[in-house]
Write a protein that binds this ligand. Structure first.
Ligand code: MN
Length: 239
């Protein structure tokens, strides 16, 4: 199992408030997490960095021997507590929060957890499918039939998320399971990528192969070519 990731501040922003990490576990499984922070000058970066660190630390050193789902959820709960606590005690960090999408990929299945609008995709046999559902205003409008996917991607309020890690004392993230077969690819990304490329364009880049690093660099390159107004992050995992 391979994993490769990249993050970039994009063309316009002066700071990168996205953060990511990945680890290959002792049993060969891959753990990866992407966070997209928000909340003013430096706070967005504090939120995403803190969430990634707390999530990893808590997952790698669980308080009790939990099952995969519980372990992912506990790690997200710990990350939420840390960010929420900082947001409510440090005046410079008031109102900060972050998205979080995480995957634990094993030989036959991936467990996925998300909060906010950073996404997980599954790419297999020439098809791409979104695993996660965005917690965002435009996603709600799409679900209600009031916007098309294309309209949502360029909507002026596409950045408004309805749930964020660190914004409330308790967290209830969504959980998904994705069966995996040899050759399947998983993509985790922030909205800085998914707002620049359509799902079909993501697929085109990934389906041409050439290795995860080459695909990841091309995804970033395409987003930058289009002006990347937001930070761009992509993590690719191949079974
Ligand atoms: Mn973003």
């Amino acid at each position: 199992m391979n994993v490769w990731g990249i993050t970039d501040r994009g063309v316009i922003r002066e700071q990168n408030q996205d953060a990511f990490a990945h680890r290959v576990l002792e049993d060969g499984r891959v753990l990866a997490v992407v966070c997209d922070g928000m909340g003013g000058a430096r706070a967005g970066n504090v939120a995403s960095t803190m969430a990634v660190e707390r999530f990893l630390e808590s997952f790698l050193h669980p308080e009790d021997a939990a099952e995969d789902r519980e372990r992912l959820e506990q790690a997200a709960v710990q990350a939420n507590r840390a960010v929420y606590h900082r947001a409510s005690t440090d005046a410079d960090c008031t109102g900060m929060g972050t998205t979080l999408v995480a995957v634990l990929a094993g030989e036959w299945e991936a467990a996925v957890l998300n909060e906010g609008d950073s996404r997980a995709y599954h790419i297999a046999r020439g098809q791409i499918r979104r695993i996660t559902r965005d917690h965002s205003l435009v996603e709600d409008l799409v679900q209600r039939g009031e916007l098309t996917r294309e309209q949502a991607r360029v909507h002026p309020h596409r950045n408004l998320i309805t749930r964020a890690l660190g914004s409330e004392p308790e967290l209830r993230a969504d959980y998904f399971r994705q069966p995996l077969e040899p050759g399947d690819v998983l993509l985790l990304c922030s909205d800085g990528l998914s707002n620049m490329l359509t799902d079909q364009e993501l697929l085109e880049v990934i389906a041409q192969g050439g290795g995860l690093e080459s695909c990841g660099r091309q995804l970033l390159e395409r987003a930058l070519e289009r002006g990347a107004p937001d930070n761009v992050t992509a993590v690719l995992i191949q079974r």
